[in-house]
Design a protein around this ligand. Structure first.
Ligand SMILES: CC(C)CCC[C@@H](C)[C@H]1CC[C@H]2[C@@H]3CC=C4C[C@@H](O)CC[C@]4(C)[C@H]3CC[C@]12C
Length: 485
């Protein structure tokens, strides 16, 4: 097994020692009844201060750094930890940590959509790299990018089916369905997620979805988020590096980075990257999203290839939301054709011979878009899943770097725009200071839960999960984590 497959395939029963770990019933520090979100948040602020980073300005410019280096190294992980034998099965993780309470069905306060005012700010940003311009908080939705990318899992059932499907060509149709389904959330959803602080993390564990997912911000400039998700039958990992270019009338979003998938049944490795997204009509404030490019999902072991083509509005007019694709076997002949719309749903059809186009054959549904939530328009265009992401379940033991604990975002969610804006400024200042300390001490930042791994199949290096997070969560001790809030 190559290096990358050995970590990506964890969760196999051969390495399961979850039975041996003395299991403590997840008891929380807040064992009182009916705790409000703010009570929970308060209990966190006392807990997680890293004194080593509280240094006066005088000290900052003139210090002996060995001491700091030691303290710093404690919360960065030695690379060999990725071969941790204490792997927990995905099923175990999901069962232990999934929330038992019913998710909320609305945000604490309703919000009116930002419209025209966006342009009055944006006209000063022409040609600039938007990930570097501090934006007014009214452009934000109360979610961090570490949370936003978890929404790509809304139609994760596609992967659950793919992971159980033996026929590898048919499986690829489901994987293509999954890869294209993440664009449903790009319509009616035009606020900017918070740019995560360096070291900010997010966990999503859901029994109904059958998934355990962890994200971590691994770089601030360029913004980069590492991503690891696992279901019972598959593992998905990769990183999203965001390029946001503002071009006057429109804004171009180029998500760089490769996504990897491994099916646990047979260890096959798939990978793909994301098409470009364009947000149009910034001037009139009547935004609409367009996608341009081809999703190419390759199976590195069988040589099969699935494509899904997104055509921009400028080429096909009102048909622009339609997507077309196919699954080809290693010889290049088409096995399945895929059709649909990225905002509504997709289906696939078997092709029987070289001359067959699939027309008239029986087609099978891949996925259908979920209906919008009530008052979506006044709730940032959120879906049921988006609503649940920033909700705190008092029963859960959270890492102190979790986006749910990010105070500016919480204030925005509660409608305290001014306070949210001040707090955002404070957090960014704090981040700058920490970076300065690191620069002076000549320390590189090392992510807490991810390590870079070279993948020979795609000849690229990606951050991969080091295997420690769920174990730390089980022990209710995340060790040294950076103090970012
Ligand atoms: C000027 C302001 C209003 C611009 C707002 C830009 C917003 C709409 C952009 C910025 C970053 C974008 C995200 C970047 C990456 C991904 C991952 C992909 O798999 C699905 C789309 C998704 C999740 C994008 C959705 C749209 C997005 C959130």
């Amino acid at each position: 097994m190559s290096e990358i497959s050995s970590i990506a395939s964890h969760g196999n029963s051969s390495t399961d020692v979850s039975q041996d770990i003395e299991f403590i019933k997840p008891r929380t520090k807040w064992d009182k009844d009916n705790l409000s979100t703010s009570d929970v948040l308060e209990s966190y602020t006392e807990e997680c201060t890293d004194d080593k980073l509280h240094i006066s300005d005088a000290e900052l410019s003139n210090r002996d750094d060995d001491e700091f280096k030691d303290a710093y190294n404690e919360f960065t992980l030695p690379a060999n930890r990725i071969f941790n034998p204490h792997e927990l099965t995905t099923q175990f993780i999901i069962q232990q940590f999934s929330s038992r309470t019913k998710p909320r069905d609305s945000l604490p306060v309703m919000k009116d959509q930002v419209g025209f005012s966006v342009w009055s700010f944006l006209k000063h940003c022409l040609g600039k790299d938007l990930t570097r311009v501090p934006m007014p908080i009214t452009f934000n939705e109360p979610l961090s990018f570490t949370q936003r990318i978890c929404e790509d899992l809304d139609y994760v059932e596609q992967l659950n089916i793919a992971g159980r499907t033996q026929d590898t060509a048919e499986r690829l149709a489901y994987i293509a369905g999954f890869a294209a389904s993440c664009y449903v959330t790009t319509q009616n959803r035009y606020s900017k997620p918070f740019n995560p602080l360096l070291g900010e993390t997010f966990e999503l564990i859901s029994e109904t979805m059958g998934v355990a997912c962890l994200t971590e911000q691994t770089s601030h400039h360029p913004p980069m988020t590492a991503f690891h998700a696992e279901g019972v039958d598959w593992t998905l990992w990769g990183e999203v590096r965001l390029e946001l270019k503002f071009r006057g009338q429109y804004c171009k979003v180029i998500p760089q980075g490769v996504l990897h998938l491994r099916t646990k049944m047979d260890g096959l490795h798939y990978s793909w990257s994301k098409p470009t997204l364009i947000i149009h009509n910034l001037i009139l404030g009547n935004f609409w999203a367009d996608h341009d490019g081809t999703l190419e999902i390759r199976c590195h072991n069988t040589g099969e290839l699935a494509t899904v083509v997104f055509t921009p509005h400028s080429k096909v007019g009102s048909l622009y939301k339609e997507v077309h694709g196919e699954v080809k076997n290693a010889d290049g002949s088409v096995e399945y054709v895929i059709n649909g719309r990225w905002d509504q749903g997709m289906s696939y059809t078997k092709v029987n011979s070289k001359t067959d186009t699939g027309a008239g054959n029986e087609s099978h549904k891949l996925w259908t878009a979920k209906p919008p939530i009530l008052h979506a328009f006044n709730q940032y265009g959120f879906t049921q899943l988006s609503l649940s992401l920033n909700e705190i379940d008092p029963e859960t033991y959270l890492c102190s770097t979790d986006s749910r604990l990010r105070p500016d975002q919480r204030l925005l969610e509660e409608g305290n725009v001014d306070e949210a804006s001040d707090t955002k400024y404070r957090l960014e200042e704090k981040q700058r200071r920490t970076r300065k300390i690191r620069e002076i001490s000549k320390l590189d930042y090392r992510p807490r839960w991810f390590v870079p791994m070279y993948d020979p199949d795609t000849k690229s290096t990606t951050y991969c999960y080091n295997g420690d997070y769920w174990i730390c969560k089980l022990r209710q001790n995340f060790g040294k984590v950076p103090d970012i809030f």
